[in-house]
Design a protein around this ligand. Structure first.
Ligand SMILES: [Zn+2]
Length: 148
């Protein structure tokens, strides 16, 4: 198993992974919830959505937005079992071990800590916060699924 330093080094060479950044809402969410809550959410997401031998909707189980941990999962390739295999050497079709889950969570938290070192992203203008219907979402965004 490679160190997280190696992993972050490799991730830094992936334009796909580098695209993921915390938005203003996710940044503020991290600030307001604090480390322990975020760690608990990451633990819950990994154990429910990634750890089973055959996770439901594998490859689509991690949304592209809506929670800072989701973004961190895409950025650290802990988003689906095929990325976990390619980037972390976690075998597919087997339940993740406790160590493998702990490592995925550690990668997510490290990435979030890194992001939180940056200045807060600017808040979006108020009119962009109004809910948008599916139709108005750019197709490239909603069809952007894992991965590389
Ligand atoms: Zn993935």
């Amino acid at each position: 198993m490679h160190s997280l330093d190696d992993l972050f080094q490799r991730l830094s060479h992936s334009p796909f992974r580098q695209r993921f950044k915390l938005g203003s809402a996710e940044y503020q969410y991290c600030l307001s919830k604090g480390d322990e809550v975020i760690r608990q959410h990451a633990t819950d997401f990994i154990s429910a959505r990634l750890a089973p031998a055959e996770p439901p909707n594998d490859g689509r189980q991690t949304p592209m937005r809506g929670h800072p941990v989701f973004i961190a999962q895409h950025a650290t390739a802990t988003c689906c079992r095929s990325c976990l295999y390619k980037w972390h050497g976690v075998n597919q079709h087997q339940e993740m071990t406790a160590e493998q889950q702990a490592r995925a969570i550690a990668a997510i938290l490290r990435w979030l800590h890194q992001e939180m070192q940056r200045p807060a992203p600017p808040a979006k203008p108020a009119n962009r916060n109004t809910p948008v219907c599916k139709k108005s979402r750019p197709p490239s965004r909603s069809s952007l699924i894992c991965c590389e």
